[in-house]
Structures are given as C-alpha cells and as structure tokens.
Write a protein that binds this ligand. Structure first.
Ligand SMILES: [Zn+2]
Length: 284
C-alpha cells in the first residue's frame, strides 16, 4: 500500500535522493546482508548491518567508503567467529567507485564459493570513464551474481529495513530515475560485452536467488537483458524526453560537483601557502 507522504530516516533519505539528481558525494550508505557458514560445524547464520560513510575528503586523500566498511566488517566476523561468508548482498546509495570495485574483486578472489549481489540506486559520478571501467571489471567476476540498479525488490527491502516510505508522487519520480540509471548502467556494461560474460544482467544466465526470500516474497526475476518495458519498474517506461531532461540534470549536478571540488582545492592551497608565508615572515 502506497503512503500519502514520503518519509525516511537518515539512511533512507540517502537511498531516496542520491542521484535523483542530488549527489551527496560525501555520504554513502550500504545495507549489507550476509550469510555465513561456520568452518567447523557447517551451520549457517545470517547477519545484517548498515554502514554509513560521511567523510570530509581532503584533495588527494581517499576517504573510507561504506562498501569498504562493510567488507571489513564481514572479514572481522569471519575471523572472530571462525566462519566464511557464502552470500553477500550489498545495497548501496551509489554504485561502487573504482577503489571499492578493486576491494570487492580482491574479496571475491579470496572467496571463490561466495556469491555476491550488488545493487545501487544510481551510478557513482554519473558513470564517468574511470569508475565505469571498474564496474565493467567487477561485472566480469564469475561469482558476482548481480550488478544492477534497484528494482521493485530492493525498494521493498528498503521500505522494510530503512523505513523508506514513498508517496505516490515520489514513487513515480523514483521509477523514472530507475529507468534512467538502468539505461546508463546497460550502456556502461555493454561497451565491452566480453567483460560482461558472467552476469545474468547481460546474458541472462542468473536464476532467481534464495536471497529473494529476504524481501516480502515477491521476486522480480533477473533473467535476461533488462528490458525497460518489463516488470522492473512495474511497467513504467520513461520517455526519451524525460530521459533527456534527467541527463541534463545529472550533467548539471556533476558540473556543480566539480566546481565545488575545484573551489575547495584552491581555497585549501591558498590557505596553506598563506600559512607558510606567515610563518616565514615571523621567523625572519
Ligand atoms: Zn567507494
């Protein structure tokens, strides 16, 4: 049942607004659902947690991202409880950036039997070249079972886990943006089809997963190339005009973001130089 008003908590807000067309690049949230198998008894258990990164990025200094935090938490649990992750589901407000894609690939390489699902509400930095290449490589990993924009299933998951309730208007806007981001992701992943060989998203090899039971039981199938006319968006299809408007909004947002970074870098450099000049003057 749709709500008449849109309500969310802090995490829900990030999931809802990130890339629509806001880009809170200093903040990213990841909901992580992990299934572990104990090393000795073989018994399985599940753990669920959320990581929020709110970092102040000094130019040139990498901040800790929520995916990074989530993987560290999983490794900590494996170490302290003598178990191995067998299923990892990451639901993020951004697609993994280049650094997080590398971390995920390392994590996957060390756990060839672990199935990994990655879903996100928008593509980080609007899908610039650097982060797009990293997504293509991640998509080429054989045990990445899913790499996709949120569908009805994930929005339901957030409604249940993050108290994100969308009004009918917000719901409509969200569906429009999902169409936009899905198209963008397909463009990125199909630039290099040989890199996308192992995902159901592109070639249609993935069966519905047991992880679907983590939601309310309605599981849109992920088989086949995402068709923007199918059930992914409850049959909603954004028109070319709408997609063009959204693309302009994203490009504007990215330009604003770049400007902000530039102003910050210049201000910091000026402040540092001014400080050294001040020190020099007082020393001489
Ligand atoms: Zn990252």
């Amino acid at each position: 049942m749709l709500q008449n008003t849109t309500t969310y908590n802090q995490n829900g807000e990030l999931f809802y607004k990130q890339g629509r067309p806001h880009f809170f690049t200093k903040a990213c949230v990841t909901l992580c659902l992990v299934r572990y198998k104990r090393n000795n008894a073989g018994a399985e258990f599940s753990v669920e947690f959320t990581k929020l990164s709110r970092a102040f990025q000094f130019p040139g200094k990498k901040s800790l991202h929520s995916e990074d935090m989530a993987l560290s938490e999983i490794m900590r649990t494996e170490w302290t409880h003598g178990c191995a992750a067998i299923t990892v589901e990451l639901y993020s407000s951004f697609s993994p950036c280049e650094e997080c894609c590398t971390l995920l690939q390392d994590f996957i390489k060390q756990r060839p039997r672990c199935r990994v699902f990655v879903a996100f509400t928008c593509v980080y930095r609007g899908g610039d070249r650097r982060h797009s290449c990293a997504l293509q490589k991640l998509n080429g990993c054989s045990n990445v079972q899913l790499l996709d924009i949120f569908t009805a299933k994930e929005w339901r998951l957030l409604r249940d886990r993050q108290q994100l309730f969308l009004s009918p208007v917000a719901f409509h806007v969200t569906l429009m943006w999902d169409c936009y981001w899905r198209r963008k992701l397909i463009e990125i992943l199909t630039i290099s089809p040989q890199m996308a060989v192992n995902t159901g998203m592109v070639l249609g090899t993935v069966e519905p997963q047991t992880s679907d039971i983590t939601t309310d039981g309605v599981s849109p199938s992920r088989r086949g190339l995402p068709d923007i006319t199918d059930h992914y968006n409850f049959g909603y299809v954004a028109t070319e005009d709408e997609l063009k408007v959204m693309d302009d909004l994203v490009k504007d947002a990215m330009r604003r973001e770049d400007r902000k970074h530039l102003i910050l870098s210049v201000s910091l450099t000026v402040a540092i130089v001014a400080f050294f000049i001040y020190v020099l003057i007082h020393l001489v």
